[in-house]
Design a protein around this ligand. Structure first.
Ligand SMILES: Cc1cc2nc3c(=O)[nH]c(=O)nc-3n(C[C@H](O)[C@H](O)[C@H](O)COP(=O)(O)OP(=O)(O)OC[C@H]3O[C@@H](n4cnc5c(N)ncnc54)[C@H](O)[C@@H]3O)c2cc1C
Length: 342
């Protein structure tokens, strides 16, 4: 493992060697967790993120003026669960600092005939500041280049022609597939993998008139797959719901996400027996929301890493959820730190 940059005399001794960083492409929770693990091990790392901020599918983007007056709304993941011990430590730290909060272990499940049944399950966690705030917290102190869209990863490895000590693709497989080509083995790992789309619609009402949810799975419905009470999970009781469409409906509207809004407003109103229409709505398209099937990987190595030092991480490498993405990035970061000399 290498020393951090700008270090001591041993740095000067090998100053003739080219010094490069590990380049992590993608500032979602898997990429940021990976960069954190590498940094903790003293490996120089930079994160390249195409959008203006970190978070990825843990998203609470600013909504257009006239909608939510600046209050973030969780438009990506609805919540997260915790089973891994190391992730539990991370979540305990977030909870201590008021960044994460246990939300509920009971959700409603609506059947096709409209009847609902309360179902208990694992504790669901949420974040008062929106789930993106957790990724922003992990990203503190890391070197992150935003608005940096990568076009190609090539043998070497190199990113858009820049030599790297190692490269980590931290994103859904179809997005990674655009960046790598044969003969790279990462290209084989991410080729031809199907991911499901979702359109998330935020609905802001004048007041809260719905029954206690706090969130509902909606089964066998033509429009909805899930409805979550954003005010309940965030703990501020804002009269805001977020509905996720089915994959089929989203597929038909990938070029026109706003085209689902009327159907979603009608379906949510009918499901929850609401008389009033929302005051504002906002639709967000997730072309690659979750993998149709996870990669088959060992539990202690939920990632792709080859001798060419081009790796792939994310929630495709296990059950598709936040915890998997964090674990995938963290474990790859540690494995890479044991192999590279940057
Ligand atoms: C609608 C929805 C509901 C969900 N519900 C839940 C839930 O209830 N519970 C749960 O645990 N999980 C849920 N998830 C899944 C959860 O959001 C993901 O598991 C997690 O956020 C994945 O993180 P990631 O870092 O692997 O990928 P991402 O968050 O997708 O991060 C990838 C990043 O790479 C960047 N990027 C892509 N291409 C490039 C490029 N060429 N150059 C530079 N940057 C690039 C992207 O901008 C993005 O920031 C949900 C997801 C969605 C979309």
């Amino acid at each position: 493992m290498g020393e951090p940059r700008g270090g001591d005399l041993s740095d000067m001794a090998d100053s003739a060697q080219p010094r490069t960083d590990v380049l992590v492409i993608g500032g979602g929770i898997s990429g940021i967790a990976c960069a954190r693990a590498l940094t903790a091990a003293g490996v120089p790392v930079r994160v390249l993120e195409r959008s203006g901020r970190v978070g990825g599918r843990l998203a609470s983007p600013p909504l257009p003026r006239g909608t939510d007056d600046g209050r973030p709304v969780d438009l990506g993941a609805a919540y997260f669960t915790v089973s891994d011990d190391a992730f539990a430590e991370q979540v305990a730290d977030w909870e201590r600092r008021g960044l994460a909060r246990p939300w509920t272990d009971t959700l409603q499940a609506y059947a096709a005939d409209g009847t609902a049944e309360a179902k208990s399950g694992p504790q669901r966690w949420a974040a008062p500041g929106g789930l993106r705030s957790l990724v922003a917290d992990l990203a503190e102190g890391l070197t992150i280049e935003t608005r940096r869209e990568v076009s190609a990863v090539t043998p070497g490895p190199a990113v858009d022609g820049e030599p790297a000590c190692a490269v980590v693709l931290a994103m859904p497989d179809p997005q990674a597939a655009r960046l790598v080509a044969a003969p790279l083995r990462a290209a084989q790992a991410v080729a031809d993998r199907e991911w499901e789309p979702v359109i998330a619609v935020a609905l802001g009402y004048d007041e809260r008139t719905w029954p206690e949810l706090p969130a509902a799975f909606v089964n066998d419905h033509p429009v909805l797959s899930l409805v979550a009470d954003d005010g309940s999970r965030r703990g501020d009781d804002a009269p805001v719901l977020v509905a996720h469409t089915t994959g089929d409906l989203a597929r038909r509207h990938l070029d026109d996400p706003d085209g689902v809004i009327d159907d979603v407003v009608g379906a949510v109103g009918e499901l929850l027996g609401l008389d009033a229409a929302p005051r504002w709505t906002h639709a967000h398209r997730w072309t690659f929301a979750s993998p149709a099937a996870p990669h088959d990987t060992p539990a202690d190595a939920p990632f792709h890493l080859d001798d060419d030092l081009i790796a792939v991480v994310g929630d495709g490498w296990g059950s598709p959820k936040v915890e998997t993405a964090w674990r995938s990035g963290t474990l790859l970061g540690r494995a890479l730190a044991a192999r590279v000399t940057c």
